[in-house]
Design a protein around this ligand. Structure first.
Ligand code: SF4
Length: 366
């Protein structure tokens, strides 16, 4: 896989309209063999070219069903492209417009750090064997972490089914280790009625995650201390301000938001749940939404009969996903037309096989 994207000077002088026009033409030329997938958080200039839109797992599963298309361009981030590659047919190739489009939250849980945590827990007798600690990973994680979880008979979860998967894991083993998002884990545990004192935050870089052996023995759920910097920007004060200004407004937030935000919102849910809630609401209804700005702005455009705002006064944008600028999509398409495959994301077969087990486990639970 190439590490750099040397676009060439001819691309840097192109204006927006010319780039979009050339993407349209290239897409038409490649139509029979190409599928463009776009995550909800992607900017509109890319989103308009999408053949499929959705959240990460929905996109990967839908794309895998369209097996007559060889090239799947995933306008999203690295872990999403990996998931698409795991689920895709053997002849399909998954491409990412820009290789720097990663997810900082997914990068917060490396296999080295997770393996070290397991070793420490085993060494002090928190568990007799690894199977007593059931790992659950949010789909926003690397293929390597999904493989680690699959090899230990754990499961992936999404922001739609976090509670269901966590409930399954609690009933399966003595303890659960949830990666990498503290907040989805905590919000799911709270929804299941698990007392706060049973839920411990594992702090990376600290021996035993910063806890005593006794505290770890008492805990039912360990949460990795990862977070989404986009959803961390929403604060309880934002909700208070909206409720003072617009008492009738509906506040809906994503479960990657901290618990003090989720607990006072009117509703919380995945991107798909947020989209559905707004779509099903009455004309004239008002919404303040705690998720990525591109999705909120798209909802406002698609529902001119409703009043839709970002919950925070500041922009909350996934800047890594925004690395996928239209010019990189054009460059990728130009190369495909020239017979060159760039920016392919491929997961090693042994990692893919183990990661697939954790994805299949989730489907079995759901
Ligand atoms: S919005 Fe947050 S969790 Fe989603 S891809 Fe961006 S950084 Fe990762």
């Amino acid at each position: 896989m190439e590490k750099q994207q040397n676009l060439g000077s001819e691309y840097y002088s192109l204006g927006r309209d010319e780039i979009l026009d050339r993407i349209s033409k290239r897409k038409a030329e490649l139509a029979d063999n190409l599928l463009i997938l776009c995550h909800h958080y992607q900017q509109q200039d890319l989103f308009q070219f999408a053949d499929l839109t959705g959240d990460s797992l929905k996109l990967s599963r839908e794309a895998a069903k369209i097996s007559d298309r060889e090239f799947l361009i995933f306008c999203g981030v690295h872990f999403m492209a990996e998931a698409a590659d795991i689920l895709a047919a053997e002849h399909q190739k998954v491409l990412l417009p820009h290789l720097h489009a990663g997810c900082p939250m997914a990068d917060m849980a490396t296999t080295g750090a997770v393996e070290q945590a397991y070793k420490e827990l085993l060494s002090v007798g928190i568990m007799q064997n690894e199977k007593d600690l059931v790992p659950v990973t949010y789909v926003n994680s690397s293929a390597a972490i999904k493989a680690f979880v699959g090899d230990r008979e754990g499961s992936v979860c999404t922001s739609s089914n976090g509670e269901k998967v966590l409930d399954w894991a609690i009933n399966k083993g003595e303890k659960v280790f949830f990666f990498p998002d503290e907040h989805l884990g905590r919000n799911s545990a709270t929804a299941l009625g698990i007392p706060d004192e049973q839920v411990l935050l594992w702090r990376r870089g600290e021996l035993l995650g910063g806890h005593s052996v006794e505290a770890l023995k008492q805990a039912q759920i360990l949460l990795w201390d990862g977070y989404c910097e986009v959803h961390m920007r929403f604060l309880p004060e934002h909700i208070h301000q909206w409720k003072i200004k617009e008492p009738e407004i509906n506040i809906i937030v994503h479960p990657e938001c901290p618990q003090d935000v989720v607990s006072i919102a009117d509703q919380y849910g995945s991107t798909e749940a947020i989209i559905a809630a707004v779509a099903q609401s009455k004309p004239g209804s008002k919404w303040a939404i705690g998720t990525e700005i591109n999705l909120v702005e798209r909802l406002a455009r698609e529902h001119p009969d409703k009043e839709i705002h970002l919950l925070a006064p500041t922009t909350c944008q996934c800047t890594t996903m925004d690395c996928n600028q239209p010019v990189y999509l054009l460059w990728l398409l130009d190369n495909l037309v020239a017979g060159k495959v760039k920016n392919q994301i491929s997961v090693a077969p042994e990692i893919a096989a183990s990661a697939a087990k954790s994805l299949e486990q989730m489907l079995a639970i759901s």
